[in-house]
Ligand binder design. Structure first.
Ligand SMILES: NC(=O)c1ccc[n+]([C@@H]2O[C@H](COP(=O)([O-])OP(=O)(O)OC[C@H]3O[C@@H](n4cnc5c(N)ncnc54)[C@H](OP(=O)(O)O)[C@@H]3O)[C@@H](O)[C@H]2O)c1
Length: 236
């Protein structure tokens, strides 16, 4: 069957990086499925452009399994799955265990269960890809957000395991970005410190992420790798 007919699923694509990638993929003529948690105006715009948008909350197993059911009812095959959904959650004192549980659920349990249950959809496409969105912080750990960091490290480990398990038909890789886009509330001091962490010293925007995504989708000889996208942070 012609793989171009099968859609690319991007989770958490209601804003920022995921939304940008969904828009670029549509421009490139790909069919796109997005998951979103909150209904935002951007979701309606993606629908108008032909994307299928499915509501999903990956905070627990029930929410993840219900998304998988809805997905399977609506599509017969997938070209790729991009696990982008993420929470940049702080571990507030007294709430650490709940934060850890939520981060585990969105960064590890959701990709794990979606990969397990939806690899049969990917098997119908050639080529077929799973792409996990990790974080460059995994390389050195995080004193401020250990739970976020650990759950993204777990996701990178899943990359290795699923790459071995699903080869040769499905390639499985990660992208590990450092700063791509600031959040609205980031103050000048935070911005200056974040920019100073990399040798290239810029806020690159989501375009560089899309280039990396495209590279992994188009390259037939990469699996089980993590593509670092960090402006040279490891050199400082
Ligand atoms: N932006 C950066 O500079 C940067 C740096 C390093 C790594 N990354 C990684 O790159 C990816 C995209 O980053 P971003 O900044 O665009 O992320 P973002 O703005 O935080 O968006 C992530 C999306 O995930 C969805 N989401 C969060 N928790 C969810 C849950 N429990 N169930 C379902 N969906 C959930 C959110 O949906 P709703 O909005 O609908 O709630 C949100 O739209 C993430 O994986 C992030 O960790 C980004």
């Amino acid at each position: 069957m012609n793989a171009a007919r099968f859609p690319i699923l991007i989770t958490g694509a209601g804003q920022r990086v995921g939304l940008y990638c969904a828009e670029r993929l549509l421009e490139d003529g790909e069919a796109v499925i997005v998951s979103y948690r909150q209904e935002r105006p951007a979701i309606a715009r993606l629908r108008e452009r032909g994307a299928l948008a499915l509501q999903a909350d990956f905070s627990d197993e029930a929410g993840i399994l219900s998304f998988i059911d809805a997905l399977k009812r609506q599509c017969s095959g997938l070209r790729a799955i991009v696990h982008n959904a993420s929470q940049w959650l702080k571990e507030d004192p007294g709430e650490e265990a709940e934060a850890f549980r939520r981060l585990f659920s969105v960064h590890m349990l959701a990709p794990y269960l979606i990969n397990l249950h939806c690899s049969e959809l990917l098997q119908r496409s050639q080529p077929a890809d799973i792409i996990h969105v990790s974080d460059d912080v995994v390389r050195k750990g995080s004193a401020r957000r250990p739970a976020y960091c650990a759950s993204k490290a777990g996701l990178e480990s899943l990359t290795l395991s699923f790459a071995a398990r699903l080869a040769p038909h499905i390639k499985v890789n990660s992208i590990a970005p450092a700063l791509l886009m600031f959040n609205e509330g980031d103050d000048a001091d935070y911005r200056a410190r974040a920019l100073a962490k990399s040798t290239l010293g810029i806020e690159p925007g989501p375009q560089v992420f899309y280039q990396s995504l495209r590279y992994l989708l188009d390259n037939p000889y990469l699996t089980g790798t993590t593509l670092t996208l960090n402006g040279g942070r490891h050199l400082k």
